[in-house]
Design a protein around this ligand. Sequence first.
Ligand code: FES
Length: 72
Amino acid sequence: MSERHSCTCHDITVDEFRSACAGGAHNVKTCFKTLGCLPQCNKCIPLIRSVLNEFSGQAPQNTVVDTPPHTA
Ligand code: FES
């Protein structure tokens, strides 16, 4: 197995997930849907989320983001 493969169940590369994101996929489900398959073992999901974060420019989903306090 090449290290370029992020999903061994479907033989999908990181670059293919990046292409899906560039094409508008905005979550794990739409990434797989764009590539014509569904997740099987879910082992690749953390890696897909990191690719999604590259495209969203946002912090990882489990990161707490401080918000300013409300002023009345
Ligand atoms: S490695 Fe991607 S669904 Fe199993």
